[in-house]
Design a protein around this ligand. Structure first.
Ligand SMILES: [Zn+2]
Length: 134
């Protein structure tokens, strides 16, 4: 990762553009909250990291908190963006008529039948013809 040694050791990084903490463990690869108690909880419960490592990381992160964003508050990256190696790439579905998107096929199907039922009848199409895989 070649970032900050304290964070590298516990496989965290601060994404330089969005200023978000990313958990880089292979099974995780997600953006974390900027609430350090939640970061500490994540590291303790998911990876059983020693308290010294967690304390060193949260101390370093605390000094940067004013510029670190909460992962939930940043915008989704655009479709087709360059793949970022520390985050998952999801396949998903987008509604053909609105900007609704999801990674769940059952959610897009339910959305289409709830919101676009009339349009489906008018067009005489099936649910899966009302969204696009992305
Ligand atoms: Zn994690």
């Amino acid at each position: 990762m070649a970032g900050i040694p304290v964070l590298d050791r516990i496989r965290l990084m601060i994404e330089p553009h969005e200023q978000v903490i990313i958990c880089c463990w292979d099974q995780c690869r997600i953006g974390l909250s900027n609430d350090l108690s939640q970061v500490n909880h994540h590291l303790r419960n998911k990876y059983s990291l020693p308290s010294d490592d967690r304390r060193a990381a949260t101390s370093l992160l605390r000094s940067r908190i004013p510029t670190i964003n909460n992962a939930d508050s940043i915008l989704f990256r655009k479709d087709g963006s360059e793949i970022y190696p520390y985050l998952w790439v999801y396949d998903g579905f987008v509604c053909s008529y609105y900007i609704f998107r999801t990674i769940s096929k059952s959610t897009i199907s339910r959305y289409i039948t709830d919101v676009h039922r009339q349009k489906m009848f008018e067009l005489r199409v099936r649910t899966d013809e009302m969204y696009i895989p992305i």
